[in-house]
Design a protein around this ligand. Structure first.
Ligand code: 6PG
Length: 240
């Protein structure tokens, strides 16, 4: 993780607000084409999704200019309460006027490998080219969380997925987490104009410190971007 900039904000609400502002600004700044965002999973983004669906932001986002992908998904049936897509759909996407064709759900009906391959095809279709290279950067924004074991997306310590070069892969469920996963890999995350880590809460103090120090043992610290990396952390996670 090189040239990452850290913004320390008062609390998790301020982190969600700042992320919402960055999204609004990013869409406005993108002159032509759709703004491609890969949403992060877990519990941190929930408040951001609520904000984006609220009166404060719903009318500030050009929803028809957004293309929504998922950074990773637990391999559970669509609608399962533990699915990252379930949270995004129920808290945000169902409440805003985003065209259905601009949302790219990760299939979770077959094996993780087969579903990852299908998702990679969807990504290529979104770029209108069968080589991902033509669509570079793949994303205008990749949102990432930080696990208490230092993982991000579903890039878990010691897993083969850390060495994958394809854009999407299925990964076994390490003993530390339930479910197999489909996840973006490092090359796909790197193909971005902006990566934003959302890190809140005292449980992340150690991992945020190690992330900022670039401790390569952490999968999250091995994230790179062709563009910028910003870490939005609240004071609790920054140990302030
Ligand atoms: C997932 C996420 C994962 C998450 C971190 C942080 O599917 O679980 O993609 O990478 O971002 O585990 O999770 P919290 O936001 O719940 O702390």
């Amino acid at each position: 993780i090189r040239n990452a900039s850290l913004e320390t904000l008062a609390d998790s609400e301020a982190v969600a607000l700042r992320m919402a502002e960055l999204l609004v600004e990013g869409i406005q700044a993108k002159a032509d084409g759709l703004y491609r965002v890969a949403l992060s999973g877990g519990s941190t983004p929930k408040r951001l999704f609520e904000l984006l669906a609220s009166d404060a932001f719903r009318n500030r986002v050009a929803w028809d200019r957004l293309q929504v992908f998922y950074g990773d998904e637990r391999h559970v049936e669509l609608g399962h309460p533990d699915g990252n897509q379930t949270v995004a759909q129920s808290v945000l996407l169902r409440h805003v006027p985003i065209p259905a064709e601009n949302i790219f759900p990760i299939p979770t009906g077959a094996t993780v490998t087969a579903d990852a391959a299908v998702y990679e095809k969807a990504l290529k279709a979104a770029y209108g080219s069968d080589e991902l290279e033509k669509g570079r950067p793949l994303f205008d924004l990749v949102m990432l969380g930080l696990g208490t074991d230092g993982h991000t997306a579903s890039l878990f310590p010691g897993q083969p997925v850390l060495h994958e070069v394809k854009a999407w892969v299925g990964t076994a469920a390490p003993e530390t987490v339930p479910y197999e996963r489909v996840t973006l890999t490092y090359p796909a995350i790197a193909s971005s104009a902006l990566v934003v880590f959302l890190v809140t809460g005292a449980s992340k103090i150690e991992m945020l410190e190690r992330l900022r120090a670039g401790d390569q043992e952490l999968p999250s610290a091995r994230v790179t971007s062709e563009g910028r990396i910003v870490i939005l952390a609240d004071r609790a996670a920054a140990g302030a």
